[in-house]
Design a protein around this ligand. Structure first.
Ligand code: FAD
Length: 117
């Protein structure tokens, strides 16, 4: 089957949105179980990402830059950094990670996240 750049880019945008929004909702003070869940999620995301070339690049990236899962800030900063690594390889603009704060809004108001925070 032919490669379809539009579909690939849309999958990328949707995936990054979920990825960053999940970091923005990760607990500020995670339990060990929360941190293990996030690490496992990231590893499986990298393994199962539907675009095979993207997945193998991303697996190498997370080996070089191991997931930071100790707090919301570190997870969000890490995700921004690895997305910028992908941006750099694809010759896309670099995002200012100091501005990540309120950028990703889940739209879920004051409901509790999975950890009850
Ligand atoms: P995207 O990179 O999709 O970003 C969407 C929006 O996120 C931007 O408009 C900006 O508002 C914001 N943003 C940008 N940078 C950051 C950042 N660092 N932190 C937080 N927010 C940010 N495509 C390929 O062609 N080859 C690949 O090898 C490849 N690998 C990928 C690996 C992964 C894990 C993922 C999720 C996607 C991959 N993609 C790959 C898709 C690619 O990264 C883009 O998603 C796609 O090209 C669409 O780009 P875009 O310009 O719309 O912006």
């Amino acid at each position: 089957k032919l490669e379809n750049a539009t579909a690939k880019a849309e999958l990328g945008r949707a995936s990054w949105r979920l990825f960053h929004t999940m970091m923005a909702r990760f607990p500020e003070k995670p339990t060990e179980e929360d941190s293990l869940a996030l690490k496992t999620y990231i590893q499986l995301f990298a393994r199962l990402y539907p675009c095979g070339d993207c997945a193998s690049h991303f697996q190498k990236l997370i080996k070089k830059f191991p997931p930071q899962i100790g707090s919301r800030n570190s997870a969000a900063g890490w995700a921004c950094h690895v997305h910028n690594q992908v941006n750099e390889r694809l010759e896309k603009p670099i995002f200012d990670c100091n501005k990540i704060g309120d950028f990703y809004d889940c739209g879920c108001g004051d409901d509790k996240n999975a950890a009850g925070e």
